[in-house]
Design a protein around this ligand. Structure first.
Ligand code: SAM
Ligand code: SF4
Ligand code: SF4
Length: 338
């Protein structure tokens, strides 16, 4: 194995693979319905990486140091036969952990087959327990009740479950405490995500962000917290534990307390582009390499050199100027999946 390091000495440990650019929700902060409407041109099937191509890439990335794989989207459960892909990835020597991020709408149906195929963990996105507010936030497509059933089913079949809540000021910040209370009672890990300026469609403004500090203060007022150590170097969430119960919460504070110095994640979009940062404007076309004449060694060499040249630290450097510079040119979240 050749453990590659980038220009800032960060290793390559995690690979996030988007398996589709389509979604059954239209969350306003990710795929607003006004932009992703009925005429939106999603990728045709032949432009999306096949399972065999993904498996080949996983083997190559593992040879460069990757240990953890996260499947994402769009909504990954819309990809046909997803458990088959999980099974293929699980069989790759060196893959230590497979996780998936999902909106949970189809999780009840797929939790068992995914677990059987080798999936270990799911992060389920849920922004409110209030049906009306959730409905508005997800573009009038999904119900809280269905997502909660998916979460329960996932826990029941033995998947490790986390809940992701994107917090947007004036939209769902009134739900911070109710979510904490509900998932403390259920003993599920809840992770709050600061609303980020990913993509170009969501009209992001700094004023819409609720900071990590404000989120933690609110939860601490509901039930006192103590900081918990990271589980491993490079963990993105700051962790806290309730003082009276072992359940934890986390905050992913890409905006107010960034964590680029330990970022070991590479991302592959559904059409096979490699991105070395969530806020990247350009990717490397791996599909072209896979479908050309190159052998694994040559593709490994290309990927290795992309990582070795990596200098990304967008969130550390975020300021008015960088925001303006990239305003229209970033990759959409629904293409690389967070
Ligand atoms: N569809 C799946 C889901 O929603 O879980 C997977 C893909 S989604 C792009 C991955 C994660 O990114 C979700 O937890 C979502 O809430 C989060 N996300 C999307 N847009 C975001 C934004 N502008 N700021 C912060 N998080 C965002
Ligand atoms: Fe779909 Fe997930 Fe984006 Fe919401 S956050 S629109 S569920 S991809
Ligand atoms: Fe990693 Fe880019 Fe996020 Fe920094 S901004 S943590 S480099 S993905």
């Amino acid at each position: 194995m050749n453990n590659v390091k980038d220009q800032l000495q960060r290793p390559l440990r995690d690979l996030r693979i988007s398996v589709t650019d389509r979604c059954n929700f239209r969350c306003s902060y990710c795929m607003p319905a006004e932009v992703f409407g009925p005429d939106y041109a999603f990728l045709p099937n032949d432009k999306i990486l096949s399972f065999e191509e993904i498996e080949r890439l996983v083997k190559i990335f593992v040879s460069l140091g990757v240990e953890k794989i996260r499947i994402t989207g769009g909504e990954p459960l819309l990809r046909k036969d997803l458990p088959t892909l999980i099974r293929m990835i699980h069989a790759v020597d060196g893959v230590k952990d497979i996780a998936m991020t999902t909106n949970g709408a189809l999780l009840k149906k797929f939790a068992q087959p995914l677990k059987d195929a080798g999936l270990a963990r799911v992060s389920v996105s849920l922004d409110s327990l209030d049906e009306d507010r959730f409905f508005e936030m997800n573009g009038r497509r999904g119900k809280v009740k269905t997502v909660l059933e998916g979460i329960e089913k996932a826990a029941e079949v033995g998947l490790q479950v986390k809940i992701n809540m994107v917090v947007k000021k004036g939209v769902n910040d009134q739900d911070i405490v109710q979510m904490a209370e509900f998932f403390k009672e259920k003993q599920h890990i809840l992770r709050y995500i600061e609303y980020m300026d990913v993509g170009n469609s969501n009209g992001w403004r700094l004023d819409d962000v609720v900071s990590k500090k404000d989120i933690v203060d609110k939860v601490n007022e509901f039930s006192p917290l103590q900081p918990a150590d990271p589980n491993y170097k490079g963990e993105v969430a700051s962790r806290f534990e309730y003082k009276d119960q072992k359940t934890e919460i986390g905050v992913i504070s890409s905006v107010t307390d960034s964590f680029c110095s330990t970022c070991s994640r590479a991302r592959i979009s559904a059409e096979g582009k490699l991105y070395t940062c969530l806020f990247a404007t350009k990717g490397t076309d791996l599909r072209e390499l896979l479908r050309g004449e190159l052998n694994d060694e040559a593709i490994t060499e290309s990927i290795s050199s992309v990582w070795e040249n990596r200098k990304d630290r967008y969130s550390d450097e975020r300021n008015e100027q960088t925001i303006q510079e990239r305003r229209k040119t970033k990759i959409e979240m629904s293409h690389i999946g967070g």
